[in-house]
Design a protein around this ligand. Structure first.
Ligand SMILES: [Mg+2]
Length: 376
């Protein structure tokens, strides 16, 4: 039995090499960097586990300040002294301290704690984190190349880069300027006709616009349209599905196993986007993925531009779930550095997973200091 003896929170501001926008606005810039919070949990056996939260207030309501407060002021008092290897019990306690309403309360903060505990438990056993799930999967984890611009010329240039760098999929963010979305998508298709093609609207459309958009995307040859309507519009997405044939994926609409079931009952999507952060960590994301798969839904993987720590944790899960289409783990495309030692574990658009114990990332104490930020 391993008990939790310390929980430490490290708010960071990581440097970016390119700014990143979605339809709701900017989520990180070269001048200001991006907020990431690392969480370290130490067991009474002396082993440390690490997890990451990457709040994006333009994507959902959590902020760097709310993550630090949630972990330091609510979870830490409840979890110190508890069994680190009782993940079901830990999640019950976290959900009691920060209750959910329409969806689980503060899932990004809980994800950092959940990930750190998976790391701690697996390290204590001397095993890679995926061994906790009794899997022998060696499925490749391929990445999509993310394109976020309102210029068709820039989109075409990035699509050429994606092909040249060996990526097998692209993800185009639309809704930044809806008037030229189809021009951007067509420019990418022309330069990368064979790549898996995912288009993510991040809730930018209303139903009548989305029907027109989806028909245009079908003509161009897009493989999936993600979250065209507001997160709470399951019936709108169901109506859209009845009118068009392009597969519809839900991301911001689905945060939990009950959300997967509600989307299924509403016939609102063909595909669920699995993300460790929004689903409260590896445990919730794994459960959502398994329920969706057993129910006949497709799965796509994604992230919120986490640094290498969150990226590798997600990649372990996506390998376990054997996701076939390229996943959105795009932190390295935007971040200049993070607090993990070593190079980016990516070659030709594929994540090279570490084989060491736990998640497999070593954290640099000096970089934690270099990138320390105030989040009070
Ligand atoms: Mg998305």
């Amino acid at each position: 039995m391993i008990r939790i003896s310390a929980i430490d929170v490290f708010p960071l501001r990581l440097p970016m090499k390119q700014s990143f926008r979605i339809s709701q606005g900017t989520v990180g810039t070269i001048s200001a960097g991006a907020p990431h919070i690392y969480v370290r949990i130490t067991g009474d056996n002396g082993v440390e586990g690490w997890g990451e939260a990457r709040p994006s207030p333009r994507w959902s309501y959590e902020t760097p300040e709310s993550v630090c407060s949630a972990v330091s002021n609510y979870m830490r008092p409840a979890l110190l002294g508890q069994r680190a290897d009782d993940l079901a019990g830990i999640h019950r306690m976290m959900n009691r301290e920060l209750a959910g309403s329409l969806h689980p309360g503060q899932p990004i903060a809980k994800a950092a704690v959940d990930t750190a505990l998976h790391d701690l438990i697996a390290r204590s056993y001397g095993l890679p984190v995926a061994a906790l799930w009794q899997t022998g999967s060696s499925h490749p984890v391929r990445l999509s190349y993310l394109i976020s611009t309102d210029s068709p010329e820039e989109a075409a240039r990035k699509a050429r880069e994606a092909v040249a760098e060996g990526y097998t999929g692209v993800d185009v963010k639309i809704g930044l300027n809806p008037a030229n979305d189809l021009d951007i998508v067509a420019a990418v298709k022309q330069e990368a006709p064979k790549l898996f093609f995912r288009v993510d609207a991040n809730q930018a459309y209303r139903l009548t616009q989305a029907i027109q958009l989806a028909k245009g995307l079908e003509r161009i040859g897009v493989d999936v349209l993600e979250q065209p309507l507001l997160a709470n519009q399951l019936h709108g997405h169901a109506e859209l599905r009845r009118k068009v044939s392009i597969p519809i994926a839900l991301d911001e609409s689905v945060w939990s196993p009950s959300g997967v079931l509600e989307a299924l009952r509403s016939e609102a999507c063909d595909i669920i986007v699995i993300k460790l952060t929004k689903m409260g960590g590896l445990r919730g994301a794994k459960l959502c993925g398994e329920i969706a798969r057993e129910s006949g839904l497709g799965l796509l993987g994604g992230g919120l531009t986490e640094s290498k720590l969150g990226l590798v944790a997600s990649a372990h899960l996506f390998r376990y779930l054997e996701l076939t289409d390229p996943v959105d783990l795009n932190g390295p495309m935007f971040l200049k550095d993070d607090a993990v030692e070593g190079d980016w574990p990516i070659r030709s658009g594929e994540v090279i997973l570490p084989e060491g114990p736990g998640i497999g990332c070593r954290i640099s104490e000096s970089k934690l200091q270099d990138y320390a930020a105030d989040a009070t």
